[in-house]
Design a protein around this ligand. Structure first.
Ligand code: CO
Length: 137
């Protein structure tokens, strides 16, 4: 397992539009990307750039969204996951599987267009962890 850079912090929000206003007007973010729907993951996503990484704002798309259940427990939203890059997603998945870590679902294409998977927080010191293959080039 080769640990790469912290790519983003995922934050669940009731409304991406409301959260964008917060990050722009209160936090001073100047580079906020266009929001988009990631239907297969049941989320609306917006990335906010910081000097050394990104914030991923996640709004549920429908009641079946994993973010909907998170918001049911945390109505104002909150920190949802951390995402770390790795050079090779298959190698990383094999590593976590070998260690008996529970991986949530198949490896799939994430919000940055590269393969990702999630590891259960109960096996990761309480932190839902997204592992993402580094974008090439
Ligand atoms: Co993420």
């Amino acid at each position: 397992m080769e640990l790469g850079r912290l790519n983003h912090v995922g934050i669940a929000v009731p409304s991406v539009d409301g959260a964008i206003a917060f990050w722009r007007d209160i936090m001073g973010a100047t580079c906020i990307h266009e929001a988009f729907d990631l239907r297969e993951q049941g989320v609306r996503v917006c990335f906010v750039d910081t000097p050394n990484g990104q914030i991923e704002l996640l709004e549920p798309l429908g009641d079946a969204s994993p973010i909907a259940s998170f918001l049911a427990r945390n109505p104002r939203g909150g920190q949802h996951h951390l995402c770390f890059e790795v050079p090779d997603i298959t190698e990383a998945r094999d590593w976590f599987e070998m260690l008996g870590k529970r991986i949530l679902g198949p490896t799939r294409v994430g919000a940055h267009g590269t393969p990702v998977f999630f590891v259960h927080p109960a096996d990761m010191q309480g932190v839902l962890t997204e592992i993402m293959e580094s974008p090439r080039g």
